[in-house]
Design a protein around this ligand. Structure first.
Ligand SMILES: Nc1ncnc2c1ncn2[C@@H]1O[C@H](COP(=O)(O)OP(=O)(O)O)[C@@H](O)[C@H]1O
Length: 197
């Protein structure tokens, strides 16, 4: 598949709803299971918040929209799309899917709202100066994770969630950092630093 051509050629169809267009994208790129994961994350994000429901739902559906680009291609595609790539992302190109998803959300789905784009862009690592919307999308993705079984950190995360989003994010980040992380992404470290102040 020519990934960049697919992205450039994708058009929203006016006879389909916004969600149907997103579903079609996942279908055409043979990643429909990621659409279902996106729906779960979207619902979880909405349930975590009293506001921003429409925007959270869209961020949830689109956060992994780049899943069709194989890990082996993510570096090259990011460079071709002029997406800035950090040293750590060179080492672990899997981590580029957050930036690629934000690019596709804007280009293919006309998302202009920075609150949505920024949250998609940091949904794996969080980042410095995160806001509540970023935190909610980040947490929803960890609660409704895309792997079989119950996340090993879930119980502790849910307990921390009774205190604050921040406490819950710290539980997940500490879990990640203590479990053979391939690379310590600087955005993750910066987020942790701010969470522990
Ligand atoms: N710094 C890192 N190094 C290696 N793997 C990481 C790092 N950060 C996250 N991961 C892994 O990347 C995978 C995808 O993470 P994430 O983006 O949070 O989920 P999703 O793809 O469902 O949005 C997870 O399995 C997570 O453990």
């Amino acid at each position: 598949m020519d990934y960049i051509k697919y992205i450039n050629d994708f058009r929203l169809q006016t006879n389909q709803s916004f969600v149907e267009n997103i579903e079609r994208f996942y279908q055409e790129t043979e990643t429909i299971s990621t659409f279902y994961h996106g729906q779960m994350v979207a619902k979880e994000a909405v349930s975590l918040s009293k506001e921003y429901h429409e925007q959270l739902y869209q961020a949830g559906l689109l956060h992994d929209i780049s899943a069709f680009i194989p890990k082996s291609e993510r570096l090259l595609i990011s460079e071709k799309l002029h997406i800035p790539v950090l040293k750590e992302e060179h080492q672990v190109p899997l981590l580029l899917h957050q930036k690629l998803s934000a690019y596709i959300a804007e280009k293919c789905f006309q998302i202009k709202d920075p609150i949505i784009l920024n949250a998609i862009k940091c949904h794996t690592t969080l980042k410095k100066n995160f806001n509540n919307f970023d935190l909610i999308v980040f947490l929803a993705d960890k609660i409704a994770w895309d792997q079989p079984g119950i996340p090993p950190y879930l119980e502790e995360l849910n307990t921390a969630l009774k205190v604050s989003y921040q406490e819950a994010a710290l539980v997940y980040i500490d879990y990640l950092l203590s479990h053979n992380l391939l690379v310590a992404h600087p955005w993750l470290l910066a987020a942790k630093k701010q969470l522990t102040i």
